[in-house]
Ligand binder design. Structure first.
Ligand code: ARG
Length: 462
């Protein structure tokens, strides 16, 4: 049991099969910088508590620095005998500073409080990376919206033509969910920051008079766990991160799906930039929206990571159980997935070319101005129930005659209902329709210009 963290009470070493099952260094090794930072803070706490001489304290810090430098240089690796990152780093520290000094660091801490703290630090760091990447996507969408201020497109419900809207309004509708995701990440960060588990030990706290608040502060937390059992057993922070990651994936997938539709021959609303689309190995003419499709596909993977994690946590008794080691791979995967997906997706959006002529040609089709006729009648004093019927009749007459609403003659309008004077034509253009929707949050150009300012102000505050 040489080099193991728990050898003495066992008569023989672990079986190779157990070691293979138990080992986590192939995925938790990436926690090394956080483990070393935790060890530094813990060495300082032991020193403050009078449990480490000045010499041993300095030696431990030196050893930890050496390991940090080796790790940064790619020169530090776990061995097959190491169970996890924590055990491996203790072994390597002892190789560096000797067993007498290196063997003092583990006093008053457990891998249980260590791993909970380190995982929080890791997720806080990557939460910031992902926040910046989501904001890059927000920027790309905002710039596309600003660049197409006047363009009108068919707005859809049930994927059917509904009412004309500004393209910029539609693009900004994808921005707001992303800004809420950014705000979710900020909430997550503040909640996690207040709760550093270091000092909780295995589950019950420590007898050694250590200083968990000091350790927390040194590790960038704003407070330490009020309950050592909770500190070591809770993984809701992991589930929360996995949820926000899946929400980002889902939000991005909704835009992805639209890009896929927009770039079809049938829609022809948008053209992908050559550098942000792919070809076919057999069909020479093909140009495929692979980035958008991967975004759509990876949303499923992100959701899977969340559901797998929740299934692991369900009904798990307090406090630490080894099941909890299963919390890391799915969420590492969520982090890696988003960090590789978001920059590509942003590049695709930033370089997307919109075919606004095509959008404007289609915008009035499918009788998308029927609501405008009804609301015009309401403004002229007709009850909405009647107005709805009158506008519906206009649609039926058009369908029977194979024409669009603006092609009805004055006589046909008057015959449908005398309230339909020629003045109704003022709302029978897509420009008239969008300009009239001036309520807050509406698609009128004046409102959308304000909305763009609102988005920019919100982003500037972050
Ligand atoms: N590697 C474990 C994890 O990731 C931490 C070690 C706790 N192990 C234990 N036997 N108490 O959860």
């Amino acid at each position: 049991n040489e080099g193991k963290l728990w050898g003495a009470r066992f008569a023989g070493g672990p079986s190779p099969e157990l070691e293979a099952l138990s080992r986590s260094t192939h995925f938790d090794w990436r926690l090394t910088p956080y483990d070393l930072a935790g060890s530094r803070a813990h060495a300082n706490a032991l020193h403050r508590a009078g449990l480490l001489s000045d010499h041993d304290h300095a030696e431990l810090l030196r050893g930890l620095d050496v390991l940090g430098e080796k790790f940064a240089a790619g020169d530090l690796a776990p061995s097959v005998q190491d169970e996890d990152v924590h055990g491996a780093l203790e072994r390597l520290l002892i190789e560096e500073v000797g067993a007498d000094v290196g063997g003092r660091l583990r006093a008053g801490r457990s891998r249980n409080d260590q791993v909970a703290t380190l995982f929080k630090m890791f997720l806080r760091d990557h939460g910031r990376v992902i926040t910046a990447q989501v904001l890059d996507l927000v920027d790309a969408l905002t710039e596309q919206a600003a660049a197409h201020a006047g363009a009108i497109m068919p707005g859809r419900t049930h994927l059917q033509h509904a009412q004309p809207v500004l393209l910029s309004h539609h693009l900004l509708a994808h921005v707001w969910p992303l800004l809420r995701d950014v705000s979710r990440l900020a909430d997550f960060d503040a909640r996690v920051a207040s709760d550093s588990p270091y000092g909780a030990g295995a589950l019950a706290g420590s007898t050694l008079g250590l200083d968990p608040v000091g350790v927390a502060t040194e590790l960038g937390f704003t407070g330490s766990s009020a309950n050592s059992i909770d500190g070591t057993a809770a993984r809701d922070f992991v589930a929360e991160f996995a949820f926000v990651s899946s929400m980002i994936g889902v939000d991005v997938s909704r835009l992805a799906e639209e890009v896929i539709l927009w770039s079809t021959k049938e829609f022809n609303f948008a053209t992908l930039h050559d550098s942000w689309s792919t070809g076919s190995s057999i069909m020479p003419q093909k140009k495929n929206p692979d980035i958008a499709e991967l975004a759509r596909g990876k949303a499923g993977r992100l959701i899977g990571n969340l559901s797998g994690l929740l299934a692991t946590l369900k009904a798990l008794p307090l406090a630490y159980n080894r099941d909890l080691q299963e919390d890391k791979e799915p969420v590492f995967d969520s982090v890696d997935t988003l960090e590789v997906l978001l920059p590509a997706f942003t590049g695709m959006i930033a370089t997307l070319k919109f075919n606004t002529a095509r959008m404007e040609e289609l915008a009035p089709q499918g009788f998308s101005l029927a609501t405008d006729i009804a609301e015009w009648l309401v403004r002229e004093g007709t009850p909405f129930r009647i107005a709805h019927e009158v506008a519906g009749t206009c649609v039926r007459v058009c369908e029977e005659n194979g024409i669009e609403l603006h092609e009805l003659t004055d006589a046909q309008f008057a015959e449908i209902n005398p309230a339909l004077t020629p003045a109704v034509r003022e709302v029978l253009t897509i420009q008239g329709s969008v300009s009239a929707r001036t309520g807050r949050g509406g698609t009128a150009p004046v409102r959308v210009a304000e909305q763009l300012d609102e988005v920019r102000a919100r982003v500037a505050e972050l």
